[in-house]
Design a protein around this ligand. Structure first.
Ligand code: FE2
Length: 204
């Protein structure tokens, strides 16, 4: 049984003008599908072959199988990423998530500044995350394919800061990309829903 590529929850041009159809097309149809293809090549006819994507990550991490872990983590991270953005996103979070953010960062705007600064501080390729760590939230950064999925942290939100995520639209101006995400695309409803359980990635 092969791991399927997760569903893109909107049309490829739906995030314009902030992220172009061209970027989403390359990102989803080339990069994301490439991780899925390479993962399936690696796990075909192995004892990973009948596991869910989440189970593959946990097993590969435990077994220190870095080749499988890298492809599986990137496959999962991208499935999660698409849901962290919405054509009707942006604004501020509400409810319990807002309370957690203001408890930790004093205000939503202060949180956004710290999230942006963390995204800018990722050296080279990686991800910036909002995670639930026991009963508190925190911002964290991961390098390359690394993911909090399958650890004791619950991913609530992420942004891909690999250059392939933004270079066609923003060239080297990562800050403008991160600010467009926070101002116009971030899907707070999805992040809030992740407070009540580990997110699931829907297959296409
Ligand atoms: Fe990516």
């Amino acid at each position: 049984m092969a791991v399927l590529q997760s569903h893109l929850p909107y049309e490829r041009g739906a995030l314009e003008p902030h992220i172009s159809r061209n970027t989403i097309s390359y990102h989803y149809d080339e990069h994301h599908s490439g991780y899925i293809r390479k993962l399936n090549d690696l796990i075909c006819n192995t004892d990973y072959g009948n596991l869910s994507l989440e189970q593959v990550i946990v097993k590969a991490r435990a077994n220190k199988n870095i080749a499988i872990l890298n492809q599986a983590a990137q496959a999962w991270n991208h499935g999660f990423l698409w849901q962290c953005m919405s054509p009707t996103g942006g604004g501020d979070p509400g409810g319990k998530l807002r309370e957690l953010i203001t408890d930790q960062y004093r205000s939503v705007s202060a949180f956004k500044r710290q999230f942006r600064d963390a995204a800018l501080a990722v050296f080279g390729s990686g991800w910036v995350w909002l995670v639930l760590d026991n009963d508190k939230i925190r911002i964290m950064m991961t390098s390359n394919a690394d993911t909090p999925m399958g650890t004791n942290l619950v991913p609530l939100l992420t942004l891909d800061v690999w250059e392939h995520a933004y270079y066609l639209d923003y060239q080297n101006l990562r800050q403008n990309y991160v600010e467009a995400f926070l101002d116009y695309l971030v899907n707070w409803e999805f992040a809030a829903n992740n407070l009540v359980g580990q997110p699931t990635i829907r297959a296409a």
